[in-house]
Design a protein around this ligand. Structure first.
Ligand code: ADP
Length: 161
């Protein structure tokens, strides 16, 4: 059985992330969305909130799980017995970062294979940070996230005011 982890901040999970999750779940027997607890980013959601939102968004895909992790992603991969690390690649933003990540991962854990899924055309420009920015400025976000994520983002924005 091939198990893949899909690690990231997921602050919050978007339809672009979900598109990668669903496609990966067609290829690998098990996909674990790994929510990294303390990324060096200004976050809107707590680790548990990010887990809960990802869980609700992905719960209809049978072979997908969500787990919170801290520390090295390669250690998390080892702990859950993953052979593959999935990442998403948007045309303009991601290549250099993901390439460096793949090189470093290969140094740290040569047995862990990194597989990148090209972002689907409709999600090429979508990032969690842009989504939060649009929401803060009062723009519509409903096309880019699930209903429960849209609600959670709007509640956070309301409480910021
Ligand atoms: P990180 O904080 O590691 O950048 P993110 O949670 O933003 O993590 O994203 C996790 C992974 O999902 C990364 O590989 C990122 O490139 C990918 N990703 C983010 N947004 C999209 C999108 N719209 N389409 C496809 N992949 C995406």
């Amino acid at each position: 059985m091939t198990t893949a982890i899909y690690p990231g901040s997921f602050d919050p999970i978007t339809n672009g992330h979900l598109d990668v999750v669903i496609r990966a779940a067609h290829v690998f027997e098990k996909v674990i969305i790994g929510i990294y607890d303390t990324p060096e980013k200004k976050l809107m959601f707590s680790p548990q909130e990010r887990v809960d939102l990802a869980y609700a968004a992905a719960k209809n895909t049978a072979n997908v799980e969500v787990q919170l992790y801290s520390g090295l992603t390669v250690a998390f991969a080892k702990k859950v017995g993953a052979q593959v690390m999935v990442r998403g690649l948007r045309a303009s933003a991601d290549f250099e970062f993901e390439f460096d990540m793949a090189m470093m991962t290969n140094k740290l854990a040569p047995e862990l294979e990194m597989v990148c899924f090209m972002a689907s055309p409709q999600y090429q420009f979508l990032s969690s940070s842009l989504l939060k920015e649009v929401a803060r400025l009062g723009g519509a976000i409903d096309d880019w996230v699930t209903t429960n994520v849209a609600y959670a983002v709007k509640e956070k924005v309301k409480n910021l005011k």
